[in-house]
Design a protein around this ligand. Sequence first.
Ligand code: AP5
Length: 215
Amino acid sequence: MQLVLLGPPGAGKGTQARRLARKLGVPRVTTGDMLRGHVKEGTDLGAQARSYMARGDLVPDDLVVEMVRQRLEADDCRDGFLLDGFPRTEVQARVLDDLGPPDLVLYLDVPGDEIVRRLAGRRVCQGCQAVYHLEHDPPRRPGVCDRCGGTLEQREDDREEVVRERVRRYREQTEPLVARYRRRSLLREVEGTGGIEVVARRLDAVLRAEGLVPG
Ligand code: AP5
């Protein structure tokens, strides 16, 4: 089962992908988290990716493609995976077709003003990377992760001017993939507005309709 979650920044891809991957028993492969991991560890790839990410640009295809190729070759991806944040360009989509075309592309969409609200309120645990939202999914104690007690911080690229650039890049380079997958009848559109549980139920309904989880 090879699934892709597609959608603009802040659409809720990561929030839903964590739950879906558990439910489906496949690994979640998230290029944003992988790249942030490289930056944190100070690898060569991290050093090259850092400035692109900080200004809201996409990291060049050749860097991302090699990272994903290696990840999808790992044993735990043999029976399937859930991609979150990849592909993001035509080049990446062609590479994915060579590695193993998706069985289904779940497209979560939310309007622009909601994107800004969601990203402005997002806080991420510096310990376990758990994601919260100040209004929609707050931690029990302000600034402290419920799961590991780590400190919650705003992502560097969630500042408003960087968010605007990320959305621009998304519209230019990633949104055209919607038409690509629609033409191939692989696209399932799921409204991303409403609470986290509401969106989760919509996604579950699609998976049931596709026979990917029991009815
Ligand atoms: P990445 O980390 O992938 O960022 P993104 O795609 O912009 O997505 P986000 O993580 O911002 O949002 P999300 O959709 O996962 O939303 P979330 O669930 O957190 O990429 C970062 C950077 O890395 C890129 O800019 C680029 O530089 C680089 N990069 C990554 N992949 C690349 C690639 N393939 N090629 C080139 N460069 C690449 O939710 C957001 C907030 O909303 C949270 O606070 C959450 O609690 C809240 N929320 C979620 N759902 C709901 C809901 N239904 N109602 C209310 N609040 C909600």
